[in-house]
Ligand binder design. Structure first.
Ligand code: ADP
Length: 349
């Protein structure tokens, strides 16, 4: 029986009606950080302090070890914060079942504990996403609303030139909201493995030139000098033009956003079996501590950023490149600047 209990992935702790621990399995040892030799004979509250969401300790609650009704056979599963012997805390889902003697008196309680740290982290990430996205959408929408209502109410007071500037801002901010929503849809498609590629023959060199022209036209390059460099005989690739454009745009926008003003170069090299694309800037580089995480969803450099963003850009780039059978990585990053590189296989063409 004991061996069987030790095979279980969930922690099991048997507690007497006097709140003293009678038995625990290996999973419970791992979750609490107590060896059963030390834990057995001690009080439940010492070994596994469980706190509910309101901050109350379960074992201190009145009647915690005296189920109110004789018929009650147990408690439904609830989430608690468990304090590990090393002082750290983790979320566990806890369920108790009451065992009674022949006269119906409580004999012991079998408590099962399931580690739900992963589920909790996912829930947290989701809540964070909602907060970030709401924040990112609110600022362009505020400006759209502000300028349109100003124009509607005071149309005659502005010169054509002023109206034009306001409408350009509205137009630009509306595009920003659309891009954000497209990003979000891409993320959910990537996660469901439903990113659809409309492959056709594409010319990455002209896509890159268009990206540069568009960023310049929207006045988004700032003091950066955007350039492209492709050999005359650059291969035609079979890929989704919209998605590849999105990757190049994203990497170029990041270079503009995060690198100090300088040259931003989009270049292509024919590597035989695949094409290699690079986007390099002359910024300060990415802190090596952040490098392993930048392609992760929602990852942004530190809090209190001066640049807005959701941390979705590179995650989406990676998803798109990999869906095409390519790879994406940081080729170089240091005081001389950063180079992002990605490959697109040719054989499909
Ligand atoms: P976002 O731009 O929304 O923060 P990304 O996924 O596009 O999200 O980028 C993740 C992080 O990687 C950024 O927050 C930034 O710190 C870093 N980063 C990306 N590109 C560069 C770059 N060219 N130079 C320096 N840091 C960069």
């Amino acid at each position: 029986m004991k061996e069987l209990l030790d095979e279980l992935p969930d922690g099991v702790v048997v507690v007497g009606a006097d709140a003293v621990i009678r038995l625990m399995n290996s999973a419970a040892e791992r979750l609490t950080g107590w060896l059963r030799a030390d834990a057995i004979g001690r009080s439940f509250g010492d070994v596994m302090p469980l706190m509910d969401a309101a901050g109350f300790l379960v074992h201190e609650r009145e009647g915690a070890f005296a189920p109110p009704l004789r018929m009650t056979s147990g408690t439904p599963e609830r989430d608690y914060l468990l304090k590990h012997a090393d002082g750290t805390e983790r979320w566990v889902a806890v369920r108790a079942s009451y065992e009674r003697d022949s006269r119906g008196r409580l004999d012991q309680i079998v408590v099962s504990l399931r580690d739900i740290g992963r589920r909790r982290r996912l829930e947290r990430a989701r809540a964070d996403l909602v907060a970030t996205v709401a924040h990112e959408i609110r600022s362009p929408l505020t400006s759209v609303k502000g300028f349109t209502s100003t124009l509607l109410h005071r149309w005659d007071r502005f010169s054509d030139e002023q109206k034009r500037v306001m409408l350009e801002t509205v137009n630009h901010d509306a595009d920003r909201v659309t891009r954000l929503l497209t990003d979000l849809l891409d993320v959910s498609r990537l996660e469901a493995g439903r990113l659809e590629l409309r492959r056709q023959e594409i010319d990455v060199a002209s896509i890159s030139t268009e990206v540069v022209a568009r960023l310049r036209k929207r006045d988004e390059a700032g003091e950066h000098v955007l350039e492209t460099l492709f050999p005359d005989e650059f291969p035609v690739l079979l890929a989704d033009p919209g998605k590849i454009e999105q990757v190049i745009t994203n990497l170029t926008e990041n270079a503009i956003k995060y690198a100090a003003p300088g040259r931003v170069l989009i270049s292509g090299t024919d590597m035989g079996e695949y094409a290699l694309l690079r986007i390099s800037d002359e910024g300060d580089g990415i802190d090596p501590r952040h490098l392993p995480h930048i392609f992760t969803k929602f990852y942004r450099r530190g809090a209190g950023e001066r640049h807005s963003g959701t941390g979705l850009g590179l995650y989406i780039c990676k998803g798109i490149v990999e869906a095409h059978g390519g790879h994406i990585w940081v080729e170089r990053s240091g005081p001389e600047g950063t180079t992002f590189a990605f490959t697109l296989p040719k054989e499909a063409a």
